[in-house]
Design a binder for this molecule. Structure first.
Ligand SMILES: C[S@@+](CC[C@H](N)C(=O)[O-])C[C@H]1O[C@@H](n2cnc3c(N)ncnc32)[C@H](O)[C@@H]1O
Length: 190
């Protein structure tokens, strides 16, 4: 493990805010990455770079999108010690469309941006995730009402992805493609 990255994570832990992924959810996602060989990760919502730094300990490449310039600068500054992190100043709703056009693929995607846009992030994440990949969706308990109101759970059901809703303090959904997803894709082609 890279001790410089660990040190920076410890520093950011001391100034943790409610916007950072909880330690509980972070550890669960890192375990999924370790156990399933998830190496190329896309994150929606860098904030101060806390979760990107954690993923950088396990993943080969972390691309993290941040819409706010001030937060982009802060995350870039905090993450400069990790060669495998790229922080990009962009609206994920637009940038992910470019990634789709370029046929980019990821082993894992973390949805942790503006919760009123989760539905759209999920729709864009589906073509970007490898067949064996996983989509992590943060704060699904703490922001349940808002996500419900904005149609996120309906989009998730209609996506035909299989998913597990983990009963953590703030909630975390892990979604992935299984036979159900491909069967629905094939039947829509016929
Ligand atoms: C909950 S915070 C992310 C926390 C971060 N993952 C961590 O654990 O440190 C959400 C971040 O998403 C950013 N954001 C909101 N909408 C976005 C969008 N459409 N594209 C990219 N970033 C966005 C916000 O500016 C904010 O910094």
């Amino acid at each position: 493990m890279d001790s410089t990255i660990l040190q920076k994570i410890k520093e950011l832990e001391l100034e943790r805010t409610s916007w950072n992924v909880t330690e509980e959810n972070m550890n669960i996602m890192l375990n999924y990455c370790r156990q399933n060989d998830l190496h190329r990760l896309l994150e929606i919502g860098s904030f101060n770079g806390y979760s990107a730094l954690n993923f950088a300990l396990i993943c080969e490449e972390v691309i993290s999108l941040e819409i706010e310039e001030k937060r982009f600068m802060e995350a870039t500054n905090n993450c400069q010690i990790a060669k495998n992190i790229k922080i990009i100043l962009a609206d994920a709703n637009e940038y992910m469309k470019q990634l789709i056009t370029k046929k980019e693929l990821f082993d894992a995607i973390l949805i942790d941006g503006n919760n009123s846009q989760y539905s759209n992030y999920l729709t864009l994440a589906i073509p970007l995730i490898k067949d064996t990949g996983m989509i992590f969706i943060d704060n699904t308990v703490s922001h349940k009402d808002r996500l419900e109101k904005k149609g996120f759970f309906e989009t998730l059901q209609k996506s035909n992805l299989s998913f597990k809703e983990l009963n953590t303090t703030k909630g975390l959904i892990v979604a992935f493609k299984t036979r159900k997803f491909y069967a629905a894709q094939n039947s829509s082609k016929n």
